[in-house]
Design a protein around this ligand. Structure first.
Ligand code: C2E
Ligand code: CA
Ligand code: CA
Ligand code: CA
Length: 277
């Protein structure tokens, strides 16, 4: 709607605004960017809805493009996956997030740090050891790291993803099923994969207080996550109505523009005291 667009424009932070048209970048340019250290992590807070406490952050990669400005992941993650650059990208993002997790801990901030993993990395069981090695080298405990996997990309017909996820679970990482409800077989994925956290996709959260269908899908996803003993996160909490809904329905955790947009690590400690429910 027009009013919705206006509200977004008002809240749009310059540091987050993409300066580039939404073009898709190629592998050559992306490979050079990774080598040149042009990728950087932004972090979006995740809060405990009942207490308002900031309990963690989700790591979201950005590309500081020398000509085009800040480029969002939708413009290069697909290329990284298709052209064999995704494991390198994951290593860069994970290494940065682990260093940041350590720095926050030393500053007295106890934050669980979530990192997005691509299913394309899950075809080899060595990937679990690679992640565990990076985390051990950084001196971070796996319990403080949440690995988010977008369920729309899970491949049930393959054994390797299940093996990788099971290995990561055994190493005590926390596993999160991302964008829940948008895949083709969400329910069988809950049956087959050992997740600790369920993130309800933002398309079922934002506006759900005004839409019966969205609210039914949201409430069912929340109830399912709770029945399965998972921690449930509502994504896309964009306005006061969304926030009131997740609070009134007893969803444990929330993330979204109403709370904060993704931000550079340096902004986080200063932002926390400004956050009011
Ligand atoms: P995602 O994992 O579902 O991450 C949430 C996305 O929703 C982020 O977009 C975030 O900025 C945006 N968002 C947060 N709150 C709100 C809200 O209230 N309203 C709306 N409309 N959007 C909100 P972003 O950062 O552009 O990332 C897009 C996707 O790119 C991510 O979706 C994730 O699938 C992928 N991605 C990001 N970083 C990485 C990464 O390091 N590795 C991999 N493999 N994928 C990544
Ligand atoms: Ca995610
Ligand atoms: Ca998501
Ligand atoms: Ca998504």
């Amino acid at each position: 709607s027009l009013s919705g667009l206006a509200a977004m424009t008002d809240r749009w932070r310059p540091s987050e605004a993409p300066h580039a048209p939404r073009k898709i970048y190629g592998a050559g340019e992306l490979g050079t960017a990774i080598a040149n250290g042009e990728l950087t992590n932004y972090y979006q807070p995740k809060v405990d809805v009942a207490s308002g406490d900031v309990v963690g952050v989700e790591t979201l990669v950005r590309w500081r493009h020398p000509a085009d400005g800040l480029v969002l992941p939708d413009q290069f993650i697909g290329t990284a996956e298709d052209d064999g650059l995704i494991d390198e990208l994951t290593l860069v993002v994970l290494t940065g997030a682990l260093a940041q997790a350590t720095a926050w801990r030393q500053a007295g901030l106890n934050l669980r740090v979530a990192v997005n993993l691509s299913m394309d990395s899950f075809s080899s069981v060595a990937f679990a050891d690679f992640v565990a090695g990076a985390v051990a080298a950084a001196g971070v405990v796996p319990q403080d790291i949440i690995l988010e996997v977008a369920e729309s990309r899970l491949m049930l017909d393959q054994r390797a993803p299940l093996e990788v996820l099971t290995r990561l679970r055994m190493k005590r990482f926390r596993l999160s099923i991302d964008d829940f409800g948008t895949g083709h077989s969400s329910l069988s994925q809950l049956r087959d994969f050992p997740f600790d956290e369920l993130k309800i996709d933002r398309s079922f959260v934002h506006g759900a207080s005004r839409d019966k269908t969205l609210r039914a899908i949201y409430a069912t996803s929340l109830g399912l996550g709770k029945l399965l003993g998972m921690e449930v996160v509502a994504e896309g909490v964009e306005d006061r109505d969304d926030w009131d809904l997740v609070r009134d329905t007893g969803c444990a955790l929330a993330q979204g523009y109403f709370i904060a947009r993704p931000m550079p690590a340096a902004d986080l400690a200063g932002w926390i005291p400004t956050w009011r429910q």
